[in-house]
Structure formats: C-alpha cells, structure tokens
Write a protein that binds this ligand. Structure first.
Ligand code: DX5
Ligand code: ZN
Length: 225
C-alpha cells in the first residue's frame, strides 16, 4: 500500500553502503538526492556514487535530480544504475525530459516545489510515472514540513484518480511519524524520509515506525474514522 524511501542525504556519506544495508530490509525504495549547486545551493551525489552504491544494493534507486540541466545527465544516471529519475517542473522542457527519461528505460518522475502551483504539473500528469510534491524547499535535509502543501497533494491525487492515471504520488521533506499520516490522508503513497530515518539510532526501526504511522492515514483507518 505504502512505499517508504529512505533518503541517503541524511546518512553518513563516508559509509553509504553500510547505511543502505541498515534500512534494506524495511525500505521499498532508496531515495538519492542529486544537487547541482545551481538549481539548489548545495552539492551532493553524482553518477559515480550511484554506480558504487548499485554494487551494494538491489533496492529501487529513486534519483531526485535537483538540477538546472537534468537532461545532460539522465543517460549517465541510467548507466550508473538508477531505476527512476525525477526532474523538477521549474526547470522547463518538462515533456521532452520525461520522454527522454522513459526512452532510457527510467521511471520518469516530475517534482514540484512548495511554492509552485498545481497548475504547473497538470498538463504532464499523463506523461509522468511519478509525481513528487516537495514538502520542504529543496536543497537540505532536516527542514520542517510545510503543511501548506497538503491541498496540492490532495488535488494531485484527485486529478490522478479522476483521469484513471496510475502515476505514483510521492512526498519529500520533513516526513516523520507525525507528518506521515497527514500526507497519506491527502493521497501520497510514497514517503521519502531522510533525517527521521538516518538520524535515528536504529534506521530500520524508524523506517518501520514511519510506515506504521503512514498507514493510519489510509482510507478506512483510525485517522479517517
Ligand atoms: C531535500 C531532499 C530530501 C531530503 C529530505 O532537498 O530532496 O530528499 O533528504 O530530508 P528530510 O526527510 O530530513 O526532510
Ligand atoms: Zn529528495
């Protein structure tokens, strides 16, 4: 029902393979944050690190490209072992980028920043395999959840369902046991969590707890009734 995607941004970069091993049994996907120092004011992971991690994990690699020019790197990420690549609607060329990603055999994701209105992604719902609603301003882990994004998540869910589209709906930023049920209730089904998982003493247990908390937001559960 729910997918949990730990974000390695909050893991110890000196021991990434070990960190991934700590959550492997509980995680559905691994979220890999790629930052170019231009679209966001931070630099993180590139294809060589993804290729190294690939040797240590069979998890689905969900690469979040916070880059001004993701098109220049899609092929490199695919070759490195990415399973999905998500580009931001704010960088433009959205239709072409989604098509390029799909052409490479990637699951094509489309991300939207907190302040960008829903209307920006509406024309592309049928082209994307995944919609990622950012619930913090991208660039850094450990920020506070922006609750103002909840109506946009709900609107996206409503439109996907109304049109019979099967794109996954993912949220990213400030997700923990408290916020997980809220985003699930709004319609998200893939939850990214960085600091709430890798900042915990036992990351696998934190992953399990976030899943259990999120499940409370599913239709028919206690939050709903
Ligand atoms: C933020 C990244 C997130 C980040 C989330 O720009 O896209 O994936 O790792 O971290 P937390 O869960 O700590 O907000
Ligand atoms: Zn991310």
């Amino acid at each position: 029902m729910l997918k949990i995607a730990p974000s390695v941004l909050s893991a110890d970069f000196g021991g990434l393979a070990e960190a991934v091993g700590e959550v492997a049994s509980e995680a559905d996907w691994l979220h890999i944050d790629v930052m170019d120092g231009h679209f966001v004011p931070n630099l993180t992971i590139g294809p060589p690190v993804v290729a190294s991690l690939r040797k240590h994990s069979g998890l689905f690699f969900d690469c979040h490209l916070m880059m001004t020019d993701p098109g220049a790197y899609l092929e490199a990420f695919r070759r490195a072992g990415a399973d999905g690549c998500t580009v931001h609607v704010e960088v433009g060329r959205t239709g072409a980028l989604l098509a390029e990603a799909k052409g490479l055999g990637l699951r094509a994701g489309l991300a939207i920043n907190p302040e960008t209105p829903y209307e920006a992604i509406d024309p592309f719902l049928g082209d994307a395999d995944l919609i990622l609603c950012m619930t913090v301003h991208p660039g850094f882990g450990g920020q506070s959840f922006i609750a103002d994004v909840l109506p946009k998540i709900a609107r996206t869910r409503q439109e996907l369902d109304r049109r019979g589209l099967s794109a996954e709906l993912e949220v990213d930023g400030g997700i923990d046991e408290e916020t997980a049920p809220l985003v699930v209730e709004a319609g998200a089904r893939v939850l990214v969590a960085g600091s709430a998982i890798f900042g915990a003493e036992r990351p696998w247990e934190a992953t399990r707890r976030i899943r259990a908390a999120g499940e409370k937001g599913l239709p028919g559960s206690q939050v709903d009734s």
